[in-house]
Design a binder for this molecule. Structure first.
Ligand code: MG
Length: 273
């Protein structure tokens, strides 16, 4: 196995467990020490969550409050990737199906957004589906109309579950994506993991080739499928949604290169330190 030159860490199930309401966090044992050790070794790393509920500058302080040394500028969300994809595609008016926090995060990254109740929503040239616990049918209706009228369909995440303290929880954007895709026949283009957009974004942030990235996570689709498709190294943990037996049963396109209990074992297991 190739030794990675930089790492991407997932949040839920890998660095932290939150509760279902995303209101409180616990750091996973060994996580803080692992990040400190990588810093001491001068190995670059970032954290990329598929959670889109909060802007990085709001979420990073909450990680630091539970002892994880994650600076604002090393934490990214699908919104970070979406802003890049939207700018590249030249979308001018993005309808956000998400919390006001999602729209705020995109606006801060230079994207012109609207929410379903805004007048401008009816002329949106792209729809972005993200963390939207208050989604109601008129929002889905509007999104379907825009997509059928030619608007692009983007989504933070199309992964059905994530790990929480209470067990697995639903990815709301996946549920909403399903509703829109069922009606319109158009599948969303995810910006979060396991998209190629995310893989390219991670490698660029780390300043290394995709082949030199270690993708560390607890989800076979979000992290391992992205790592395999991108030629990176997949490092699976059993501290989240997937246990050792489930890791062993993955098909080759989702199989990790290495399985560890938690990221506390990372430095030793990869012979980095
Ligand atoms: Mg996870």
């Amino acid at each position: 196995m190739r030794t990675p030159k930089g790492f991407m860490f997932d949040l839920d199930g890998t660095l932290i467990l939150s509760n279902r309401a995303l209101g409180s966090y616990d750091a996973i044992p060994g996580a803080a020490e692992a990040l400190h050790r990588l810093n001491a070794l001068g190995v670059p790393w970032i954290a990329l969550t598929n959670g889109s509920a909060y802007a990085a500058r709001k979420q990073a302080p909450r990680l630091r409050a539970v002892g994880l040394p994650v600076p604002d500028e090393r934490l990214f969300t699908p919104n970070s990737v979406a802003a890049r994809v939207i700018a590249d595609a030249g979308h001018q008016n993005v309808l956000v199906l998400g919390t006001p926090g999602v729209a705020e995060a995109l606006e801060e990254l230079g994207v012109s957004c609207c929410l379903p109740d805004d007048e401008r929503a009816r002329s949106a040239d792209a729809v972005y589906v993200a963390w939207h616990p208050d989604c109601v049918m008129p929002h889905i209706h509007l999104a379907c109309e825009r997509v059928l009228d030619g608007a692009a369909l983007l989504s933070a995440s199309d992964v059905p579950f994530f790990a929480t303290k209470e067990g697995r929880s639903f990815g709301y954007s996946c549920a909403i994506n399903g509703a829109i895709a069922r009606v319109t026949g158009i599948e969303p283009q995810p910006t979060g993991k396991p998209s190629a957009h995310s893989m390219a974004f991670i490698a660029a942030q780390l300043g290394v080739a995709a082949e030199d990235v270690g993708v560390v996570g607890d989800d076979a689709v979000a992290e391992m499928q992205m790592a395999r498709a991108g030629g990176a190294t997949g490092i699976a943990v059993t501290s989240g949604a997937t246990d050792a037996a489930q890791w062993a049963a993955q098909p080759p396109e989702r199989a990790p290169h290495v399985v560890i209990h938690n990221i506390g074992e990372l430095v030793e297991r990869l012979g980095l330190g």
